[in-house]
Design a protein around this ligand. Structure first.
Ligand SMILES: [Zn+2]
Length: 286
């Protein structure tokens, strides 16, 4: 008889960034809340998507230690640093744990050079917020691993908010840890999704839907989210709105305002501003 698994979603709240490019209605750009999922059996634990900064990672370490289980595996859904830079902090306490991802994800994480990290993450989070020791994931052998008799399945999703993304499916719980394929009431990061990316993202949402989850952990979610799978359709509708509004707007600000009118309450409109800027790159250099 296999004991039930326990699930705990640890949300790292929004934190300010040093980005100074702002739309007229905001005075700070923040990073969206980041979800880290803890899966626990009786003795062992798996962590999915450790967060970004030193302080966020310390909170996750504290939570995992308080759980009283041995961390065996850290699974990384995709290569963005806000979903794996904190792995090394966990390994300090659980040196026998392995950090794994699908091979394409592991490869994309390893390709990030210290120069890339210095150019992207450090200006946004200055003053030593980004960990200096990084442990990128190793390629997972196959697409499944085990937590005390429960099968955990890595599901390749292709492009969502970046290339080579995945979800972790826990069939015994009806749970999908969706990484950034699903956003729950948070503005999407779209800067990598032009040129067919949004179509690929919709296809990925279809794949998540075919797993018929009863709970979906979105990589970025509003505090208090209950993991309702309706976030899958809401993410699709957001992408539909982008498709509808992009051809009908002619500036970053026009697009931003039109999207905000349709999604007035989503968390982190600054992320939408980043997407709007990426959609109208000529304005940025003008
Ligand atoms: Zn993310």
């Amino acid at each position: 008889m296999t004991a039930d698994l326990h699930v705990h979603v640890h949300l790292s709240p929004s934190i300010p960034t040093a980005v100074t490019d702002l739309p007229p209605d905001l005075d700070v750009r923040v990073w969206s809340p980041i979800a880290t999922t803890l899966l626990g059996g009786e003795r062992e634990a798996v962590v999915v998507d450790p967060p970004l900064t030193v302080a966020q990672s310390a909170s996750v370490v504290e939570r995992v230690l308080a759980w009283g289980r041995e961390l065996t595996t850290i699974y990384v859904t995709h290569a963005h640093g806000d979903h794996w830079f904190g792995a090394a902090a966990l390994l300090e306490h659980f040196p026998a744990a392995r950090v794994v991802a699908l091979p394409a994800v592991a490869e994309a994480a390893r390709r990030q050079s210290p120069e890339d990290i210095a150019a992207f993450w450090e200006p946004r989070f200055p003053g030593g917020q980004i960990p200096t020791t990084l442990t990128p994931p190793e390629p997972l052998d196959g697409e499944e691993f085990d937590l005390e008799g429960h099968e955990l399945v890595a599901v390749p999703l292709g492009h969502t908010d970046t290339d080579h993304t995945s979800a972790l499916h826990v069939p015994s719980l009806g749970l999908v840890v969706a990484g950034d394929a699903v956003y729950d009431d948070v503005h999407l990061y779209l800067a990598e999704s032009d040129g067919g990316g949004r179509r690929a993202w919709r296809d990925a949402l279809d794949v998540v839907g075919t797993l018929h989850p009863t709970t979906v952990v979105a990589g970025h979610q509003r505090p208090g989210s209950t993991g309702n799978p309706t976030a899958i359709d809401a993410t699709r509708r957001y992408l539909d709105d982008v498709e509808d509004l992009l051809p009908r707007t002619s500036s970053a600000l026009g697009f931003y305002r039109a999207m905000r009118a349709r999604h007035p309450d989503r968390v982190n409109p600054g992320a939408l501003w980043g997407s709007a800027r990426a959609a109208f790159p000529a304005e940025v250099t003008a």
